[in-house]
Design a protein. Structure first.
Length: 157
């Protein structure tokens, strides 16, 4: 069998690597833990977090839904693979979101309340935090969901 490392010209700086994402089990806690518990890879200027099916915060009054935040140091790109993303209404499998540095974002109205009492999540997503700004291509801009920035506005019942 050929080794993937047996390549002419490979200088060793890029390491071919398969990551069995479902084998990754992040720490969970009594209350909500910071997103760094989902870190699976880090390098200069980038952090990769893997959100996998897991038990959620287990205090009886815990709020498993992530809190609103503004990441002032990095852009956040998330690829939603599968599962139910409790914090984001209208975001489903195969969606990609980009929250540039400094832009506030978080759960939709009602998502906080709906998450209380939940015991697990089946979400599978990968987040890439970049510490230099990402630049969206014309193709990326053409795929933009035109109402995404309005999705936090609470709708009248
Ligand atoms: Fe975020």
């Amino acid at each position: 069998m050929e080794s993937p490392f047996d390549v002419v010209g490979w200088d060793g700086t890029v390491w071919p690597f398969a990551f069995p994402i479902l084998a990754y089990q992040p720490k969970t806690g009594l209350v909500h833990l910071p997103p760094t518990i989902h870190s699976t890879f880090a390098s200069r200027g980038v952090l990769v977090c893997s959100f996998v099916p897991r038990v959620t915060d287990f205090h009886p009054e815990a709020i498993p839904c992530p809190y609103p935040h503004s990441s002032v140091d990095c852009d956040e790109l998330i690829y939603y693979v599968r599962g139910n993303f409790t914090s984001r209404r209208g975001v489903g499998p195969k969606a990609v979101s980009l929250h540039p540095a400094g832009i506030p974002h978080g759960p939709h109205p009602g998502a906080y309340e709906a998450s209380i009492g939940t015991r697990s999540t089946d979400e599978l997503a990968v987040m890439i935090d970049t510490f230099l700004p990402l630049h969206v291509t014309e193709q990326g801009l053409a795929m933009e969901h035109p109402g995404y920035h309005d999705s936090w506005i609470e709708k009248a019942p």
